[in-house]
Design a protein around this ligand. Structure first.
Ligand code: PDD
Length: 284
């Protein structure tokens, strides 16, 4: 399937979708985004993504140009037109095109773009566990906003990759915040421990699903500040996110996590997540 794009209300081929070089998203990263997973044609937790999108936009004083119903209709329409089966939708809203000045332009139409692309979930090897490294969290103080400014995340992911790892687990002042593109969860004595929500991390849609599922499975959840030194002592660690779902971390900074294989609690959560996707989308 060739990718499909949406640009300010119109669907068009990906290669035909272009925006001005004066778009503030391009020049300043002045915008917000969402990534939504599609399971055989059905978007997962679409409304939750809308709520966070609107919250992010409001936090940077950027009115969302579409209502929840319009936003969700556009996404479902794009999925149908693109015949996207297993895929992902990228949605980006910027403050629009204007001559480059730091102050907000007074009368500029925001730019709303979407892309619809095929993607497979984590491969079999990743599901058996990935490596992570800890790195300093060099991002700004409002990481709860899903802003376009991802440079520190990109640098951290790249550094992790060059160290032979999949993800960078970010640490600020000795406290774990999240992964460069994921939330982080530890397992100790059969219960989950995960950083509590604050301005330093993203309120992950997948994180919320996982914590609900843990409750349903009778697994205790402790949301609190997690210190860096707790990581190497954890029984299990896993990463959570839209595109990676639930991924066991089996090596941290080159050392095995627990037994060095996916732990029982992580496996139970990953399995519950697959069942949840199946029940909500009719497929998995
Ligand atoms: N990112 N934290 C960060 C910094 C992220 O970038 C992401 C996901 C998450 C997980 O959030 P969610 O469960 O809502 O996807 C946490 C997306 C997938 C991305 O940037 O591609």
């Amino acid at each position: 399937m060739p990718g499909l794009a949406y640009l300010n209300g119109r669907f068009l081929a990906l290669e035909d979708a272009t925006v001005s070089i004066e778009d503030r998203g391009f020049q300043f990263g002045d915008g917000v985004y969402e990534v939504i997973r599609v399971y055989r044609g059905a978007p997962f937790r679409l409304h939750d993504h809308f709520l966070r999108f609107e919250r992010s936009a409001r936090a940077i004083a950027l009115p969302c140009p579409l209502s929840a119903a319009e936003w969700e209709t556009a996404i479902r329409d794009g999925i149908a037109r693109s015949q996207c089966g297993e895929g992902k939708v990228y949605v980006q809203l910027t403050r629009g095109a204007a001559p480059r000045e730091h102050l907000f332009p007074s009368a500029t139409r925001p730019t709303l773009v979407m892309t619809f692309r095929e993607m497979a979930g984590p491969d079999a090897s990743q599901r058996r566990g990935v490596g992570a490294v800890t790195l300093p969290d060099l991002r700004w103080a409002r990481c709860s906003i899903k802003s376009l400014n991802l440079l520190p995340n990109l640098l951290a992911r790249q550094a992790a990759n060059e160290a032979g790892a999949f993800e960078a687990i970010l640490v600020r002042d000795g406290v774990v915040t999240e992964g460069a593109a994921s939330n982080v969860c530890l397992v100790n004595d059969g219960g989950l421990v995960t950083p509590s929500l604050n301005d330093q991390l993203l309120a992950g849609v997948t994180r919320a699903v996982v914590l609900d599922l843990a409750g349903q499975l009778g697994i205790a959840v402790d949301e609190r500040a997690v210190r860096e030194e707790e990581l190497p002592r954890a029984d299990e660690i896993f990463l959570i996110g839209t595109t990676i779902e639930v991924l066991p971390v089996v090596r941290l900074n080159g050392a095995p996590v627990g037994a060095g294989t996916p732990g029982a609690v992580t496996r139970a959560i990953a399995e519950a997540f697959r069942r949840c996707v199946l029940s909500e989308t009719g497929r998995a």
